[in-house]
Design a protein around this ligand. Structure first.
Ligand code: NAD
Length: 307
C-alpha cells in the first residue's frame, strides 16, 4: 500500500504525549498527525495504544506496546490489516524495574516508604534484610523482557535461570528449563519473574499448583500480563503465607479494582502497568515506525510483524 497519512492515535497519551511522537516522525515521506477516533479512517496507518474497530479500514496498525493480546488477529487478517508491535525496546526499562522490586524486598525499602507516610521510625527485624548475591531468580520467558531482566539482575550478583518452551540455552542465563519443567525450575528460585506474553498457552500458567511448587520464602514478580496468573490463586497463596510476597505491574483487571486485597498487603508492591515507562519511550517506538516506513518504501517485510 501507499503510505500517505499516518495517524498517531490519541490513546498513546496514557504513555507519552502523542505530539512528541508525531513531531519525531515529521520527516517521514507521509503526512503525520495526531488523530482521534473520528479521523482513523482518513489514515492508511495508525500508531496506537488501544484497539478500535475502525482500524480494520486501515492498512497498517503499529502497537506502542510489545503485548498485542487486545487486538483481534483473525479480523486483522480477514481485512488485510498488518499489525506490528514494539517488542525489542523494553529490556533495560523493565530490567531496572524488576531490579528495583528485588532491592526493595532485600533492603526493605517498601517498608520504610510505608512507615514514612506515618512518620514512624521502625527498623527491620534483625533477620529481615538481606543482599542479592547468592539468591536465584527464575525468569519465565526469555524474550526481550526476560533477557533484559537477566542482564540487570546478573549485574547485581543474582544467579539467573530461565524457562522457555524449548529449554535451549540463552546467553545470560546460567541454566534454562523447558516449559514442561516449569514447576521444577521455579522450585529452586528465591524470585520468580514472569515476562511471558498472554496467549492461549500462557493463560493462567501460574495457578495454585505453580504457587505450591514455589518455596515459601520466595517472592513472585509479574511484569508480563495479568492473566498469565490466576489472580485469586495468587491472593490465596499470599494470604496463607505460602509465598514471601509479590511485586505486580500487571493484573487480570486494570486498573486494579479498589476492592482488591492486593492493595493492602504489606509484602506486595503494586505498580500501575508502568514497568517499561521512560521519557524516551516515544523515541524508541518512533525508531521502529521509521524503520518500517523505510521497509515499506523498499518493499521489504516489516520488522516486528505480528499479523
Ligand atoms: P518477546 O516477544 O521479545 O518475548 C516473549 C517471549 O515469550 C518469547 O521469547 C517467546 O518465545 C516466549 N513465549 C511465548 N509463549 C511462551 C510459552 N508458552 N512458554 C514459554 N515462553 C513463551 O516480547 P517482550 O518484549 O519480551 O514482551 C513479553 C510480554 O511482556 C509482552 O507480550 C507483554 O505482554 C509484556 N510486557 C509488559 C510490559 C509492562 O509494562 N509490564 C512491557 C513490555 C511487555
Amino acid at each position: 500500500f501507499e503510505l500517505e497519512r499516518l495517524g498517531v492515535h490519541d490513546s498513546v497519551e496514557a504513555v507519552f504525549p502523542p505530539a512528541e511522537l508525531a513531531d519525531f516522525l515529521s520527516e517521514l515521506p507521509a503526512d503525520v498527525t495526531v488523530v482521534g477516533d473520528d479521523e482513523i479512517t482518513d489514515c492508511d496507518a495508525i500508531v496506537t495504544l488501544e484497539h478500535r474497530d475502525a482500524f480494520l479500514e486501515c492498512s497498517w496498525i503499529h502497537s506502542i506496546q510489545a503485548g498485542v493480546d487486545r487486538f483481534p488477529f483473525d479480523e486483522f487478517e480477514e481485512h488485510g490489516v498488518t499489525l506490528t508491535n514494539s517488542t525489542g525496546i523494553h529490556d533495560r526499562t523493565v530490567g531496572e524495574t524488576v531490579a528495583g522490586y528485588l532491592l526493595a524486598f532485600s533492603r526493605r525499602l517498601h517498608d520504610h516508604v510505608a512507615d514514612q507516610q506515618d512518620r514512624r521510625w521502625e527498623r527491620p527485624e534483625w533477620d529481615e534484610a538481606f543482599t542479592l548475591p547468592g539468591t536465584t531468580a527464575c525468569v519465565v520467558g526469555t524474550g526481550t523482557l526476560g533477557t533484559g531482566v537477566a542482564d540487570v539482575l546478573g549485574a547485581l550478583g543474582v544467579r539467573v535461570i530461565g524457562v522457555r518452551r524449548s529449554g535451549e540455552p540463552v546467553p545470560g542465563f546460567e541454566e534454562v528449563y523447558a516449559s514442561d519443567d516449569l514447576h521444577e525450575a521455579i522450585a529452586e528460585a528465591d524470585f520468580v519473574v514472569v515476562t511471558l506474553p498472554l496467549t492461549d498457552e500462557t493463560h493462567h500458567r501460574f495457578d495454585a499448583d505453580a504457587f505450591d511448587a514455589m518455596a515459601e520464602d520466595a517472592y513472585f514478580v509479574n511484569v508480563g500480563r495479568g492473566s498469565v496468573v490466576d489472580e485469586p490463586a495468587l491472593i490465596d497463596a499470599l494470604e496463607a503465607d505460602a509465598l514471601a510476597g509479590a511485586a505486580l505491574d500487571v493484573f487480570e483487571t486494570e486498573p486494579l479494582p479498589e476492592e482488591s486485597p492486593l492493595w493492602e498487603m504489606d509484602e506486595v508492591i503494586v505498580t500501575p502497568h508502568c514497568a517499561a515507562y521512560t521519557r524516551d519511550y516515544f523515541r524508541d517506538v518512533g525508531e521502529i515506525v521509521r524503520e518500517n516506513v523505510d521497509r515499506l518504501g523498499d518493499d521489504e517485510q516489516f520488522y516486528n510483524q505480528v499479523v
